[in-house]
Design a protein around this ligand. Structure first.
Ligand code: 4AD
Ligand code: MG
Length: 458
């Protein structure tokens, strides 16, 4: 394999004979030669190539190269006299692999808005910003696995097709087989492949609980689907979620793990993606790196839901949604608390039971549950988790109150019938994490192929 520009810039020595391939970022002509800037996506920095007029295809091809053309360059690495780069390559041969007609190629040198680029999911990763997002996202994925492996967690592949709506919010996409290929459902004439209603998972939690109650510490990290009809900068219909689940762990152990995970991930990208983060710091969100470093260095703030409501009631500020005990915290409340009151990530615990799903553990007071959400500046909720209800009777009561078909959840109740243990877990929205780390305003920019209501082009 050819060397990547990343390793050439890091390690290759002046005088080395090399071959590199990539796409043209710019061509500047001087008298008797041209400067080409080449990128191969391996890093933000490009490689400067000097193409002399003595090259056989200089006038026929090289002078016609435009942004986006792909080329293979052979040549010699030399120290660069220009500032801003240590080395450059003097080409001995340049082979054009693919042309990119400048009349129709949508990506041009001038800055183009992220909204415009969304029309080109298939080309936008060639821009500096979207390529940087992809590299950071890839690194974060690795760091997630690293974090859990170091702490003795086993990764479990929870199903994508499921028959239980974990969050009970009625946001599950239904799936059906091609008519004629399914079995008859128990009740009706509608053919159903699985013999019952099935959908795309909204969370791997319930199945992760099964494995936590056998292996102790597990996590799942996979695609998650919600038919949420909300066109916001923080919601997708398909997103990825990281969900650890731990036996023998209460709410405070759960909060400690979530905080450790977030700080670990931030520290990891600060270390491994520094040039990409510098790009975001300069062009997307000023001061980003300093803010991320502060999060790594500081404990998160913690308050209960009741304290949050009291604080919101006493501040001199008019909210669009009026505040009272029992209401769900809206984005404006969450952001006010963590951005203006605390100025750092904030863990809010012990929400009213009525606001949260059936599986959360009822507190002594009989009206709040052992829930925890982590809110971060600029985004709001990034983590949602809880201690789970491990006691049979209170769980059954919550399921009935929530109107669940208890028959269908017999397996979930079995976990409380046989060797039940205290256990906890949470879900970290992966795209919200990537948004937080990159400072990107809209969640559609941090997933390669976003799916939102009315939008799923390729
Ligand atoms: O708070 P949520 O709904 O929690 C659960 O699904 C639990 N079962 C997790 C668990 O305890 N194992 O979702 C968790 C996180 C949210 O905090 C948010 O970051 C993200 O998932 N999320 C979304 N991200 C993008 N688009 C959406 N539509 C999202 N819905 C939730
Ligand atoms: Mg939530």
């Amino acid at each position: 394999m050819q060397q990547q520009i990343r390793t050439i810039l890091d390690q290759a020595e002046v005088g080395a004979e090399l071959k590199v391939s990539g796409w043209l970022r710019t061509r500047r002509d001087s008298s008797g030669f041209s400067f080409l800037e080449l990128t191969d996506g391996s890093c933000l920095a490009g490689l400067q190539v000097i193409a002399d007029q003595s090259l056989v295809n200089y006038t026929t091809e090289i002078k016609k190269l435009t942004i986006g053309c792909s080329v293979e360059v052979s040549g010699l690495l030399q120290a660069s006299p220009a500032k801003g780069q240590a080395v450059e390559m003097v080409a001995s041969a340049i082979r054009v692999l693919g042309w990119a007609d400048p009349e129709t190629y949508p990506l041009q040198k001038k800055r183009q808005s992220f909204e415009f680029l969304r029309n080109f999911s298939h080309l936008r990763p060639r821009t500096n910003a979207l390529a940087a997002v992809a590299r950071v996202r890839g690194r974060l994925t690795q760091a997630v696995h690293l974090f859990f492996a170091e702490r003795g967690f086993v990764q479990v592949h929870t199903p994508i097709i499921t028959t239980s709506d974990c969050e009970g919010a009625g946001e599950m996409f239904q799936i059906s087989a091609t008519p004629g290929h399914g079995q008859l459902s128990r009740g009706g004439s509608q053919p159903e492949f699985f013999g019952r209603r099935a959908g795309l998972t909204v969370s791997g939690q319930l199945q992760a609980e099964v494995y936590a109650q056998a292996l102790g510490r597990v996590y799942t990290f996979g695609p998650t689907f919600r038919a949420e009809n909300s066109n916001t900068s923080r919601h997708l219909a398909e997103f990825w979620m990281i969900e650890p689940e731990m036996a023998f762990c209460d709410l405070s152990c759960n909060m400690a793990l979530a905080q450790d995970l977030l700080r670990f991930l931030l520290a990891d990208v600060l270390m491994h993606c520094s040039s990409d983060l510098e790009l975001f710091d300069r062009f997307v969100s000023k001061g980003l790196i300093g803010r991320l470093q502060q999060v790594v260095d500081q404990e998160f703030a913690r308050i209960t839901y009741g304290e949050a409501v009291d604080q919101l009631l006493t501040v001199d500020r008019v909210f669009e949604f009026p505040v009272s005990w029992g209401m769900d915290l809206q984005s404006e409340h969450e952001r006010f608390l963590c951005e203006e009151v605390y100025g750092r990530p904030l863990i809010v615990t012990d929400y009213p039971a009525a606001l949260k799903p059936f599986y959360m553990r009822m507190n002594e007071d009989g009206r709040t549950v052992a829930a925890m959400d982590i809110l971060v500046p600029g985004i709001g909720e990034i983590v949602g988790g809880s201690q789970r209800e491990e006691r049979f009777d209170p769980l059954l009561a919550r399921m009935e109150a929530a109107g669940l078909d208890v028959q269908e959840y017999g397996w979930y109740l079995d976990l409380r019938r046989y060797g039940t243990v205290p256990h906890s877990g949470f879900g970290l929205g992966f795209e919200r994490l990537v948004q937080y780390v990159t400072g990107m305003q809209n969640i559609r920019e941090v997933i390669p192929f976003p799916r939102t209501p009315g939008f799923a082009p390729c």
